[in-house]
Design a protein around this ligand. Structure first.
Ligand code: AMP
Length: 305
């Protein structure tokens, strides 16, 4: 099944201890769609400015991403500037310019409203809800957000979350949203806001999923070359949702596999700046890393006395 995604398509300027890039392709919907496109078809809803180059459009089209919902509006494309210190788990936002997103009113192109899998990538929660309200009968609605919106649009975000099945956010955002420092307690508070499932991203420490009475944890793939963590979260979400939509199976076992596919995809993104690593990635590399992940986390049960 295909996935509908709304989120940012952006120019990112990023500084890490290992290098610096200016105005490269980024955005939550861009990373998500590219990652998900390794598994299934993606319908993207977003807006860019007149300064968005044809080269980036061609790249997304080349990944078979349906751009019927990508509007070009007068003005400048969304821009984000961030910096990472040696602790790559924490992004320091230096500047956020919404630009064309400030006046964006998403209108789903014909056919998009039939979507069964919906991902509300990180963007203004009001836009997330506007898109969701146009979808007729979604089977799974997943959502991401960040401190910028938790701090700036908490009430709108809560309204959106009431319609969300699965929330994917990082650990600091989990604590901020729940106003509770303990992650397990915070997960309960957030699930009371609407989402049945909460997936907490913990950077190099992996992912933890809370669902009904079950908790599942996966480490991050241990890498020597971590270059730029930007987009890791959205790439994770793309692999996770892409696998779920492709298999159309929401069982606990399949969700766990999806978590591993998401982690595998994110582990590639951080190896280079922007979407550079995803541009050269092959399906066989994904399968190989998935198997290594299985080996990484396998251990035997207790010996019988
Ligand atoms: P992450 O996967 O969490 O590292 O997300 C990184 C992407 O989020 C970058 O490519 C940014 O362009 C995008 N981004 C940063 N801030 C915002 C925001 N306030 N709204 C939407 N997208 C954002």
């Amino acid at each position: 099944m295909s996935i509908l995604v709304v989120g940012s398509v952006a120019f990112d300027s990023v500084e890490t201890p290992f290098g610096k890039v200016d105005e490269v392709l980024g955005g939550s919907a861009t990373y998500f769609s590219t990652s998900a496109s390794f598994f299934t078809d993606v319908n993207l809803v977003a807006v860019v400015g007149e300064d968005f180059p044809a080269e980036h459009v061609r790249f997304l089209e080349g990944r078979n991403i349906n751009l019927a919902g990508l509007r070009t509006a007068p003005g400048a494309t969304f821009r984000w500037k961030g910096r990472y210190e040696y602790d790559l788990n924490e992004a320091h936002t230096l500047e956020t310019r919404l630009n064309v997103f400030e006046s964006f009113r998403p209108q789903l192109p014909a056919g998009f409203e039939e979507a069964r899998y919906v991902f509300l990538a990180n963007i203004d929660p009001e836009l997330q809800l506007e898109v969701l309200q146009q979808v007729k009968k979604p089977k799974l609605v997943a959502c991401d957000t960040m401190n910028f919106w938790i701090g700036g649009k908490r009430e709108a975000l809560k309204k959106t979350l009431a319609h969300v099945d699965l929330l994917i956010i990082n650990d600091a955002e989990t604590r901020q949203l729940a106003e509770e420092p303990n992650l397990v307690k915070a997960a309960r508070i957030i699930r009371d806001l609407g989402p049945r499932t909460l997936v907490v991203k913990r950077g190099e420490y992996g992912v933890i999923m809370f669902r009904d009475d079950s908790v599942f944890a996966a480490p991050a793939y241990p890498l020597e070359a971590v270059f730029d963590p930007t987009g890791a979260g959205d790439t994770f979400a793309g692999g996770f949702m892409g696998y779920l939509a492709a298999t159309d199976d929401l069982s606990e076992a399949n969700l766990r596999q999806a978590i591993v596919f998401g982690s595998v995809m994110a582990s590639f993104t951080v190896e280079q700046f922007s979407l550079d690593r995803l541009k050269t990635l092959e399906n066989e590399e994904i399968r190989t890393r998935f198997r290594r992940f299985k080996h990484l986390t396998h251990f035997e049960d207790l010996r019988e006395a």
